[in-house]
Write a protein that binds this ligand. Structure first.
Ligand code: NA7
Length: 542
């Protein structure tokens, strides 16, 4: 394929390099996208905010950070050689190992030479005459490219609640998603953790034995389920390597691309005793089994959901010694599975320690951060360290933090003000030659992302082969898609939590919307394939 790469451009003064494609982000999606584009023989540059590759697995290096997907299902499936070379050490691999894996991939496929690190993209403006994007970095550097691919992550735009007085705090403070490279010393320190989502649930039991004292500020308790992580044996490793084809086939067939699938029986069709035995069996197994192998109607029928939710509540009560603390840890205001289930190891036992205190901020909201610590409506606390485990402005947040301007100068902020607007999560009407390689599907990340990355690469091949300069979805196709996913999501259990990143309701002022595509992954993949094989009929090609 004809490749464009020039060092100077007459089109605009100050622009020094012109590429066929720019990829933003060198995480799971960005690395594979870079590889695919380069394999096409096109010129490509990847801009990465971080100092190295990894995205999520670069930034989230807090103690305890690990997969909630099975390791053998999370790695890339696109290189048989890689699958045979890489040994996963744990069934739910930890951040250090995950980062090592992505560095290994980077070296193996010689990706580093096309990645610019510490490169923060501030704006991207579409030039309608030239059918080209001008991309500007914080450093002032500008480049141009025909195609712009945002592989910026679903959960990458950090959310820190704007507490009054945050800057006045005299101790150390960290957000879990921007954890320092250097080891943080907790010894003897008085530490606060704000938030009890999946991140905090991994972090708390890791640091509790090290800190002097830990105070956890909880707004909403979660249904946390035992991860039951373990080391991978040589036999298991060998078995995976011999059966990766089967493993990938299986996860491509299930609705959420995990190895699990929901039980076809309905909760109340199964007699109580048998049901409890089934729940106990699920509970004894690792990972999301308790969620994704459960009766299918727990995700649609509130009463069925409540039956299992009560089982989980009793599991929590049984592990926490102080019944008052236990009751605070029991979720009651949202259905099981309406938020992604945090997988834990010794989380609840942390609250049995003398040096751990749970504060319910619904009873006593945080008023402000003070130079010495934190003040709730009831009390002042002094800390040496405050850890914000307060989550992300999910899905749209990483896009709207870049000043992206499409046709007629329209901004991405305006376009996404009421929630996602896109066609199949791949392209946005009015933003030609711009692709989002973030996986907007409710599922296991890598395997779903791979198909999106491949779709984008195939689309660029099609355009080049047919001599088209420009592609964007038809507005009516975008409208129909958004209506379709909203209809599918309507009434579903996962839309029902008061505060959840799935729906954007964790961010004050963010419009409630279905951020994740709720279609079963195979159905979604088939729709993407059809959108290409029908000659890109839902797109405007110029
Ligand atoms: P989450 O799941 O969004 O959790 C963030 C936590 O921070 C959650 O407990 C929030 O309470 C809490 N939070 C947010 N704002 C506040 C304020 N203002 N006061 C008190 N507490 C607050 O993010 P995670 O990083 O834990 O996990 C994200 C995903 O990463 C997860 O689903 C996995 O897929 C991996 P709330 O629940 O909103 O009441």
């Amino acid at each position: 394929m004809a490749k464009t790469h020039s060092q100077t451009s007459e089109a605009e003064p100050g622009v020094v390099e012109q590429f066929d494609v720019i990829v933003i982000g060198a995480g799971i999606a960005g690395l594979y996208q870079l590889y695919r584009i380069r394999e096409l023989g096109l010129s490509v540059r990847c801009f990465e905010d971080g100092g190295d590759v990894g995205g999520t697995w670069y930034w989230n290096r807090y103690p305890g950070c690990r997969f909630d997907s099975e390791s053998e299902s999370y790695g890339y499936s696109w290189s048989k050689e890689l699958l045979q070379e890489w040994d996963w050490k744990e069934h739910y691999s930890g951040q250090p190992e995950n980062e090592k894996y992505l560095r290994y991939v980077t070296e193996k496929f010689d990706l580093r030479k096309d990645i610019q690190f510490n490169a923060h993209v501030t704006s991207a403006v579409f030039d309608e005459q030239a059918n080209c994007w001008t991309i500007q970095l914080e450093s002032g550097q500008r480049v141009r490219a025909q195609f712009l691919i945002a592989a910026v992550g679903l959960l990458s735009a950090r959310h820190t609640p704007p507490f009054e007085g945050m800057d006045s705090f005299e101790g150390e403070s960290f957000h879990t998603s921007r954890w320092p490279q250097e080891k943080v010393d907790f010894t003897g320190k008085r530490v606060a953790v704000i938030g009890t989502g999946a991140t905090a649930v991994q972090l708390i039991p890791e640091i509790a034995p090290e800190v002097g004292h830990l105070t956890v500020f909880q707004r909403t308790p979660n249904y946390c389920a035992p991860c039951r992580n373990s080391l991978v044996t040589a036999e298991e490793q060998a078995h995976w390597k011999a059966t990766y084809d089967k493993i990938h086939k299986r996860i491509r067939e299930t609705p959420v691309a995990f190895k699990y699938n929901f039980d076809p029986r309905k909760t109340f069709d199964v007699p109580k005793e048998e049901r409890l035995a089934f729940y106990e069996d699920l509970w004894s197994k690792p990972g999301f089994t308790k969620w994704l192998s459960n009766f299918h109607d727990i995700m649609t029928d509130r009463e069925a959901n409540e039956d299992f939710a009560e089982f989980v509540r009793d599991k929590i009560r049984a592990r926490v010694h102080d019944p008052v603390v236990a009751e605070k840890l029991v979720p009651k205001d949202h259905p099981f599975g309406s938020k992604r289930i945090p997988l834990e190891t010794n989380y609840y036992e942390a609250y049995n320690r003398d040096n751990v205190l749970l504060v319910d901020v619904r009873e006593a909201p945080i008023q402000r951060i003070t130079p010495k610590g934190l003040e709730t409506t009831e009390q002042e606390y002094e800390f040496d360290m405050i850890i914000y485990a307060t989550g992300f402005d999910a899905v749209t947040g990483a896009l709207t933090r870049i000043d992206i301007r499409g046709e007629g100068g329209q901004t991405i902020q305006d376009k996404l003000a009421n929630g996602p607007r896109n066609y199949l999560g791949l392209q946005i009407a009015g933003f030609p030659n711009f692709f989002t390689a973030i996986n907007g599907v409710f599922c296991n990340y890598t395997v779903c992302t791979e198909s999106i990355v491949e779709w984008i690469a195939d689309c660029i091949v099609h355009l080049r082969e047919k001599g088209f300069q420009r592609i964007a979805p038809k507005p009516e196709a975008e409208e129909a898609w958004i209506e379709h996913i909203n209809t599918v999501a309507e009434g579903a259990i996962y839309t029902q939590a008061k505060s959840a990143w799935f729906m954007g309701t964790n961010i004050p002022g963010k419009r409630r919307a279905t951020l994740l595509n709720p279609l079963p992954a195979p159905e979604y993949r088939a729709k993407c394939t059809e959108a290409a094989t029908n000659g890109y009929a839902d797109f405007i090609l110029q």
